[in-house]
Design a protein around this ligand. Structure first.
Ligand code: PMP
Length: 431
């Protein structure tokens, strides 16, 4: 055991010697480092071969080290992975397949390498298209680490390094559980905040950007009618709508391929990342042809060295086929149902659980203490205790009081039941 921990300590020291402390690790604050040596499906294995159930990794969408994705990547790497300015069939085949999953009007794909790049590209496309340069985003939202994305990411505006820029307007996240509007009309009420900014900044707003379920903002489900009302105000005023599906896309919500579909709307621009190629660096922007063409009309061509390379396209295609052929959306629905029902039971037994929510395999448990305040310490207690039980879960939200689950889509009902049992024991310790 000593050897194991001294090995880990030595790695941590070497890491600190060559990397910035801003590159924080999941369990750094609780001094419970996890060294991942190997991963497979919904499992990760440490240096001693101990197996951990991964409830966090939405990037390993079709399972860690999925053999079909690995085979597709390997085969393509052995064929060609040259400059994306030569004709390459893999990226065309991928685009055709991807677009089958979108409403007809969203008919054009632009490729890049990260969610942040996709956000940057979406914002620029919008400005090229309508010639405007101000944006509306949601408080608590996160859309990436490049400057333009940080500009629309209030989640990162704390700490002083990143400040709210003048060209960005942040409206309240439509939280119908703890926010200012509740009940049946919360969606329409929150949408009025967007209308207010559009009218105050008349003719200046280029786009409205939001995730289709709010992740960093605290696993918040958009109230019914919210995006419909927002998009209506936007369209009446020439404001484009951007849906960030980086965390929530690719069937995670189960009943739909994209979370924006839950709100019965069609965005002008959609950004995709994280799960798109199961961890192989890849991202994309999907939009209408006329918006994509604005790039060219702006006097510039779109060239991205790695964006749309044949290996990424092969990985992406393998992911789409795996979602379809292994019925992973159906699995997300069924396993998500087991989790939600179990969370409801836990809520009945534990006053600290104020709300449980989610769609498919995108789930949250909100903890509020007896004084009615966000229970951050307790959330970390649950997370850290679950690590001892070899279950990996995360804490999120502006108040760090939301337990968050977004596991690989191949997780099983038996896995969910095991987690619920362990959670029950951990919550009992909190009493
Ligand atoms: N949008 C959302 C909703 C995200 O969660 C993230 C990453 N956490 C990004 C964009 C940025 O993606 P990336 O880290 O790949 O640049």
């Amino acid at each position: 055991d000593d050897d194991v921990s001294s090995h880990k300590l030595s790695l941590l020291k070497r890491r600190r010697d060559v990397m910035t402390s801003a590159n924080i690790l999941f369990y750094e604050s609780s001094k419970q480092e996890l060294l991942v040596e190997r991963a497979e499906g919904q499992w990760m294995f440490d240096e001693e071969g101990n197996r951990y159930l991964d409830l966090i990794n939405n990037v390993a969408h079709v399972g860690h080290c999925n053999p079909k994705v690995t085979a597709a990547v390997t085969a393509q790497m052995q064929k060609q992975y040259t400059n994306s300015r030569y004709l390459n069939s893999a990226v065309i085949e991928y685009s055709e397949h991807l677009l089958k999953h979108f409403p007809q009007e969203l008919n054009t794909v632009l490729f890049c390498n990260s969610g942040s790049e996709a956000t940057d590209l979406a914002l620029r496309l919008s400005s090229y298209y309508n010639g405007k340069s101000e944006y509306i985003c949601l408080k608590g939202g996160y859309h990436g680490h490049v400057q333009s994305a940080l500009d629309v990411s209030p989640y990162k505006w704390k700490g002083g390094a990143v400040k709210q820029p003048e060209h960005v307007h942040a409206v309240d996240a439509p939280d119908a559980f703890r926010g200012k509007h509740k009940g049946n009309y919360a969606g329409e009420e929150y949408a009025k905040d967007v209308a207010e900014v559009i009218s105050r900044r008349e003719g200046k707003i280029s786009a409205y950007i939001a995730e289709s379920i709010l992740s960093c903002a605290g696993q918040i489900l958009l109230p019914p009618g919210y995006l419909k009302a927002v998009y209506k105000y936007c369209r009446e005023n020439g404001v484009l709508t951007i849906a960030d599906e980086v965390q929530v896309g690719f069937g995670r919500v189960g009943s739909k391929m994209w979370a924006f579909e839950l709100q019965d709307v069609v965005p002008d621009i959609v950004t995709l990342g994280k799960p798109i190629a199961n961890g192989f660096p890849m991202a994309a922007v999907v939009t209408r042809r006329e918006i994509a063409e604005a790039y060219w009309k702006s006097g510039s061509q779109y060239f991205n060295t790695f964006g749309g390379n044949a290996v990424a396209a092969a990985a992406g295609l393998a992911v789409l086929k795996e979602i379809e052929e292994s019925n992973l959306r159906q699995n997300a629905l069924e396993v998500g149902e087991v989790f939600l029902r179990g969370f409801e039971d836990l809520k009945q037994k534990n006053d600290i659980i104020a709300d449980v929510r989610g769609f498919g395999l995108f789930l949250g448990i909100e903890l509020i203490n007896s004084e009615g305040l966000p229970a951050m310490e307790e959330a970390y207690f649950v997370r850290n205790r679950l690590l001892e039980d070899r279950v990996i879960i995360s804490v999120d939200g502006p108040d760090e009081n939301i337990l968050k689950l977004k596991p690989p889509m191949c997780i099983t009902k038996e896995n969910a039941e095991m987690v619920l049992e362990k959670m029950n024991a951990v919550f009992n310790k909190l009493k």
